[in-house]
Design a binder for this molecule. Structure first.
Ligand code: GDG
Length: 524
C-alpha cells in the first residue's frame, strides 16, 4: 500500500500478474524502420503513457495491439502479426494491425481527428464529417477488435492446455483488455459481441467529453455511446467529463438507465453494467526530475547563447503539439498585449515556443502553423531590437534532457488550452522545477486545472487583457511566493503521478463494484 492507503502499482501488479493484460492503442510502443543502410532499427517509447505502460506489460507478459506503421514492421512480425519486445530482452507480445493508406486517411485523419477531436473539445466549427470516414472508422475498429479477439482466443486455448488461472477475483475472467482513447469508440462493442463475458473490458478516454448540447450533433453519436458502453469500466481524466458522458447516455439512449449515485449504466435486456469513473492522469515525476538534473552545468548558458537570449532576462516557455486546441495564437496575443501595456518588460523577457508539428495532413493544422509563424514574425518585428527578439520558435523535436532542462530553467510556463483532457506539459514543467523558482500559468479550461489550479496562476485564454495582466503578475512575482506555489504544485504531481494513475485504473478495473470516490460525487 502507498502512504495514502491506496494500492501502489506494485500491489496492483501482483494481482495483475494472474491476468492476461491486453493493451490496445493506435500508436505502437516499438516501431521497426529501415535506416539509411537498409538495416532494421527500432524506435522506442519516449515519455508519457507508452513509456509508463511498457514496464507494466513487460511485467505481466501481456499483449499490446497497435497499428504497425513502421516500414520494417512486417519484416519483423510472425504469421500472427506478432513480435516479441523489447527486442533486446523480449518480455511481451506486440501484435500489429495493418492499415492501408486510405484506412489511415479516413479512420485516423478523418473521423478520429476531424470529427471526434474537435467535437470533444467543443470546437464544433472545426468538425468536418464525411460518411466514408465514419464507415472506415467502423471497419478499422473491427480490425482492431478482430486482433483482440484472436489474442483472447489463443489465450483461452493456452489456459486450457496450461495451468488454469487461480486468481482470486469476483469474476471468471482471465483477460483484461485496456483500450486507449477516442480512436476506439466501437471496438469494445465488437469485441463484446464476439467473446461475450470472456474478458473484462476497460477504456480510458484521454480527451474531454463535451456537454450534451455539443455531443448531440455528433454524427452516429448514439452508436458511439453504445460502443463505449460495452466496456466494464470507462475512465476520463476529471469528473466533469464523466458527468457529461452520463448525461449524453441518459438523454440519447432510450434503452439505457443511468444510476447517478453509483455512476453506472445498465442497458435494457442485458445484465451488463458499465461503470464510469474519473482518474486524473499524472506524469513520471521522478524520471522527469532526473532528466531535468542531468544536463551539464553549462547547458542553460549554452541554450541561451544558441537562441540569443540575453543574460538576466526572464524566460517563459510553452511546449505544445501544434494543435488548435492548445490556444497558441491566444497566448501570442496576450504576450503582444503584455509588451504593449507593460513596456517595462521590453528587452527583459523572452518567450520560447516549442511547437511540435502534428497532423500536418489536415489543412487546419497546416494553416495553424502558418498563423503562428505570422504572429511570431509580426510581434518580433514590432517589438524586437538588434539584440533581442521577444519570441523564439523551436520546431525541432527536443530530447527529454533538453526539454526538461528547458523546463527547469524557465521562469514561467504558459499553458493556454482552449480545451484539454488533462495537459501533461503543465505537470512535466512542475516535475522539472527542482529548484522551485518557476511559475505555472494554467488555462482554467484544461483538465489539469482541477488538480493544479489553486497553486498555479489561472487564466482564461480568450480574455487577452486579463491574460496579459496575469503574465505581468507572474513575471513580477516575488521569490517567496513562487517557491510557496511551486512547492504546493510539486506535492500534487508527486502524489498524482503516472504510476499511481495506472494503479488506480487497474485496481478499479479489477474490482467490479468500486464506488465513485467522494471527490467524484462532490464535483457533480
Ligand atoms: C492528449 C490530450 C492529455 C512535445 N514536444 C516534445 C515533447 N512533447 C511531449 C510533451 C508531452 C506531450 O508531448 C504532449 O502531451 P499533452 O498532454 O500536452 O497533449 P496531447 O498530445 O494533446 O495529449 C491531453 C494526454 O493525451 C494524456 O492523456 O493530457 O489532454 O490532449 O508529454 O512533453 N517531448 C519531447 N520533445 C519534444 O520536442 N521529448
Amino acid at each position: 500500500m502507498s502512504e495514502s492507503g491506496d494500492p501502489s502499482l506494485d500491489d496492483v501488479l501482483s494481482v495483475l500478474e494472474a491476468w492476461h493484460l491486453v493493451v490496445v492503442s493506435n500508436r505502437q510502443p516499438y516501431r521497426h524502420t529501415f535506416d539509411e543502410d537498409d538495416e532494421i532499427a527500432v524506435d522506442r517509447p519516449a515519455g508519457g503513457l507508452t513509456a509508463g505502460l511498457d514496464p507494466v506489460v513487460q511485467k505481466t507478459d501481456g499483449t499490446w495491439v497497435a497499428w504497425g506503421d513502421g516500414d520494417a514492421d512486417r519484416e519483423t512480425t510472425d504469421d500472427n502479426d506478432a513480435v516479441r519486445v523489447p527486442p533486446e530482452d523480449p518480455a511481451y507480445t506486440l501484435k500489429r494491425v495493418w492499415l492501408s493508406e486510405s484506412d489511415v486517411a479516413d479512420y485516423y485523419y478523418g473521423f478520429s481527428n476531424r470529427v471526434l477531436w474537435p467535437l470533444c473539445h467543443s470546437l464544433v466549427d472545426r468538425v468536418t464529417f464525411e460518411d466514408r470516414h465514419w464507415e472506415r472508422y467502423r471497419e478499422v475498429n473491427q480490425k482492431f477488435a478482430d486482433s483482440v479477439v484472436e489474442t483472447v482466443a489463443s489465450d483461452t486455448d493456452d489456459s486450457v492446455d496450461d495451468t488454469p488461472s487461480d486468481h482470486d477475483t469476483p469474476t471468471d475472467y482471465d483477460t483484461v483488455v485496456w483500450f486507449q482513447d477516442y480512436h476506439f469508440g466501437l471496438a469494445p462493442q465488437f469485441v463484446r459481441e464476439s467473446i461475450g463475458d470472456e474478458a473484462l473490458l476497460s477504456q480510458f478516454w484521454h480527451i474531454p467529453w463535451p456537454e450534451r448540447e455539443v455531443f448531440r450533433d455528433c454524427p452516429h453519436g448514439a452508436e458511439l455511446l453504445r460502443g463505449l458502453l460495452a466496456n466494464d469500466l470507462l475512465g476520463f481524466h476529471v469528473p466533469a467529463y464523466c458527468a457529461n458522458f452520463l448525461d449524453c447516455v441518459s438523454t440519447m439512449l432510450p434503452e439505457a438507465a443511468v444510476d447517478w449515485e453509483a455512476w453506472t449504466v445498465s442497458l435494457a435486456d442485458t445484465d451488463h453494467r458499465s461503470r464510469v469513473r474519473a482518474f486524473p492522469m499524472g506524469v513520471d515525476t521522478e524520471g522527469i526530475a532526473e532528466y531535468a538534473a542531468a544536463p551539464d552545468e553549462g547547458f542553460w548558458e549554452q541554450f541561451r547563447a544558441d537562441y540569443g537570449i540575453l543574460d538576466d532576462q526572464q524566460v517563459a516557455v510553452g511546449i505544445d503539439r501544434l494543435d488548435y486546441t492548445k490556444g497558441i495564437p491566444e497566448r501570442l496575443a496576450a504576450i503582444e498585449r503584455l509588451l504593449e501595456a507593460h513596456p517595462n518588460w521590453l528587452g527583459e523577457f523572452t518567450y520560447v515556443q516549442k511547437a511540435t508539428p502534428s497532423r500536418t495532413e489536415i489543412p487546419e493544422y497546416r494553416e495553424l502553423g502558418r498563423q503562428v509563424d505570422r504572429a511570431v514574425e509580426r510581434i518580433n518585428d514590432r517589438f524586437g531590437t538588434d539584440d533581442w527578439q521577444p519570441i523564439i520558435e523551436i520546431d525541432d523535436y527536443l530530447s527529454e534532457e533538453a526539454l526538461y532542462g528547458l523546463c527547469r530553467h524557465s521562469d514561467l510556463a504558459i499553458v493556454s488550452s482552449l480545451a484539454d483532457g488533462m495537459n501533461l506539459v503543465a505537470m512535466e514543467y512542475v516535475s522539472a522545477q527542482i529548484d522551485r523558482n518557476g511559475v505555472l500559468l494554467l488555462s482554467e479550461r484544461a483538465g489539469a486545472d482541477e488538480l493544479l489550479g489553486d497553486a498555479a496562476v489561472s487564466i482564461d485564454p480568450t480574455d487577452t487583457e486579463t491574460f496579459a495582466s496575469r503574465l505581468d503578475l507572474a513575471l513580477s512575482m516575488p521569490d517567496a511566493e513562487r517557491r510557496r506555489r511551486m512547492t504546493a504544485l510539486r506535492s500534487t504531481v508527486e502524489t498524482t503521478n503516472i504510476q499511481s494513475w495506472m494503479a488506480d485504473v487497474f485496481a478499479s478495473t479489477l474490482t467490479l463494484d468500486h464506488p465513485p470516490t467522494e471527490t467524484d460525487v462532490r464535483t457533480r
